[in-house]
Design a binder for this molecule. Structure first.
Ligand SMILES: NC(=O)c1ccc[n+]([C@@H]2O[C@H](COP(=O)([O-])OP(=O)(O)OC[C@H]3O[C@@H](n4cnc5c(N)ncnc54)[C@H](OP(=O)(O)O)[C@@H]3O)[C@@H](O)[C@H]2O)c1
Length: 294
């Protein structure tokens, strides 16, 4: 496609600052580097390492990961490929989950589990301090549900004071949970499910933007089920881009505090996604895409 080949630049959509970490708005999500079902080693180890090298070579400076992808697989791949890290790279990880030997996703929300999670992330990433840690709520699967997170935020705040964590973010959370969390520690980013077909967080994004807080959608392309829409396909054909590029460009135009971490294990998709940072949609195209969510 025409937009994928020339001068792909993740900075083309500008930057945003989380705490004292400034990142390009187009980043990379590492979850897809683990094996099938985000469990076990990648099908193609060297291919996964090549994607990470290519992301850095293309100028990506924000990578989202977690110790429970694999488990430990994506963090260890990141360390193998990229350590020692350039000062410009911001690695964002998350806490709150663990995997059993069947690959099931389980909670890890006690103070002990959160501390062990930080220590394990530090070891597997080869860091002395985690730059940003998202506390991932379990009060809802892939849509936030109400429930208290105060004890967990307090545990993270203690580890922040100890210097193990630089900044705290929250994931899969409601506005109330964020407001409660902000009483305990500053929240620099929020990572919830959002894309052009799932717009439950429209108001939340604006509320966060007003406070200078980043909103980082997970499942920006639909996650395990890719976005499908005839209108999306039609707009993509008109602007000579792929539907997934248009979905990313729409997110970038949604609000300046929206930072992207599309996940891929494919070099081709990586470059397509980065090129989407340069794709400008007209107001008319945005209006047609807005209508997809109904
Ligand atoms: N906080 C949380 O609870 C949470 C939950 C889920 C994910 N995350 C984070 O968010 C990141 C993004 O979410 P995600 O990876 O689950 O979903 P996503 O980015 O919406 O979609 C990933 C899927 O899209 C495919 N894909 C990527 N680029 C494409 C392109 N240009 N054209 C066609 N297909 C493309 C990938 O397959 P290929 O590998 O074949 O490209 C993969 O199947 C993750 O990597 C992870 O870091 C966080």
């Amino acid at each position: 496609m025409a937009t994928t080949t020339s001068a792909a630049d993740p900075a083309a959509a500008g930057t945003w600052t989380m705490g004292d970490r400034t990142v390009k708005r187009m980043g990379y999500g590492a979850m897809q580097l683990a094996g099938p079902g985000v469990f076990g080693p990648p099908r193609d180890h060297d291919g996964a390492i090549a994607v990470l090298h290519a992301a850095m070579a293309a100028g990506i400076d924000h990578i989202d990961t977690s110790d429970y992808y694999g488990p430990y697989v994506t963090n260890r791949l990141i360390k193998e490929a990229l350590h020692p890290y350039p000062a410009s790279l911001t690695l964002v990880t998350k806490l709150g989950g663990r995997r059993n030997d069947k690959g099931e996703w389980l909670g890890a929300f006690s103070a002990d589990e959160l501390r062990r999670g930080v220590e394990s992330n530090l070891e597997n990433l080869g860091l002395n301090q985690l730059e940003i840690v998202n506390l991932r709520s379990l009060h809802g699967r892939h849509a936030a549900g109400e429930g208290p997170l105060d004890e967990q935020m307090e545990t993270l705040a203690v580890m922040q004071q100890e210097g193990l964590i630089r900044h705290i973010g929250m994931s899969n959370v409601t506005r109330k949970q964020i407001e409660d969390g902000q009483k305990i520690a500053p929240v620099v980013c929020v990572q919830n499910a959002y894309n052009l077909a799932n717009r439950a967080d429209d108001d939340l994004i604006v509320w966060l933007a007003d406070q200078g807080i980043a909103y980082v959608p997970f499942f920006p392309l639909g996650g395990f089920t890719l976005l499908q829409s005839a209108e999306l396909d039609a707009v993509a054909a008109e602007v000579q881009a792929t539907p997934m590029q248009v979905a990313l460009a729409w997110l970038l135009q949604r609000s300046p505090n929206v930072l992207l971490i599309p996940g891929t294990s494919s070099l081709v998709h990586l470059h397509e996604n980065i090129a989407a940072a340069s794709l400008k949609l007209t107001a008319a195209a945005v209006a047609r895409l807005d209508a997809i969510a109904g």
